[in-house]
Design a protein around this ligand. Structure first.
Ligand SMILES: [Fe+2]
Ligand SMILES: [Fe+2]
Length: 216
């Protein structure tokens, strides 16, 4: 392996480790945009059962954002071209807004994030690194397919949130719009369109995360 390429890979590994430590140990820069929940200043009147259910949904969504961070960073580490490497790092930075919004909403509801997040991070990072190592077009296609699934699952959550919980609804509305734009951008940048059977396999993996993070 040429020395310059070897150094580039070492730099990427160091950056990936630094990002992971910041995600779990603090020190991560705050996202760019304020939470959409902030536009609703009056706390919504929710009963305990509703709060518990919404907290479960938002815990799942927060775990999904932890996975997004890990996937993009894994893909960035092994990306073939500098263009895609930069695009993946940029995407991870943009996703930090969602991570903050979900975390903040969980705090408002008096709930914790999932204890399983380090596990999801490790699994997602590995999957991202593998996709990136196979090739840029597959890696971008993986982003598009993942974001597409995230959109659908956020829409399902949106319909379970009571209408008077305007804070959670505002967050989900913005996230649905953003994830849809991420999927479109990945395809526009040359991502492969995944066949339905592959997407079904991805749904099974994401089910494992959603069902456990809701409770733990
Ligand atoms: Fe996101
Ligand atoms: Fe996204």
């Amino acid at each position: 392996m040429p020395r310059q390429r070897q150094l580039g890979l070492i730099d990427r590994c160091i950056a990936a480790t630094d990002d992971m430590l910041k995600t779990f140990a603090g020190g991560r820069p705050k996202g760019q945009r304020p939470s959409p929940a902030d536009q609703h200043c009056v706390e919504d009147s929710l009963n305990q059962t509703e709060k518990r259910h919404i907290a479960g949904l938002m815990r799942v969504n927060h775990s999904g954002e932890v996975c997004a961070q890990a996937l993009y960073r894994g893909q960035s580490m092994t990306a073939k071209s500098d263009r895609v490497q930069q695009a993946m790092r940029q995407a991870a930075a943009e996703e930090e807004d969602h991570l903050d919004w979900c975390e903040q909403r969980l705090q408002d509801l008096g709930a914790s994030t999932s204890y399983l997040n380090p596990l999801w991070y490790g699994m997602s990072f590995s999957m991202g690194a593998l996709a990136g190592a196979i090739g840029d077009r597959l890696s971008l296609g993986f982003v598009a397919a993942t974001e597409d699934q995230v959109c659908r699952h956020l829409q399902a959550h949106y319909h379970q949130v009571p209408e008077n919980d305007r804070k959670t609804r505002a967050i989900l509305e913005q996230m649905i719009a953003d994830e849809g734009a991420h999927a479109d951008r990945a395809l526009h940048e040359g991502g492969l369109k995944f066949p339905g059977i592959v997407k079904q396999g991805m749904t099974l993996v994401s089910k494992l995360m959603t069902e456990t993070s809701y409770r733990l």
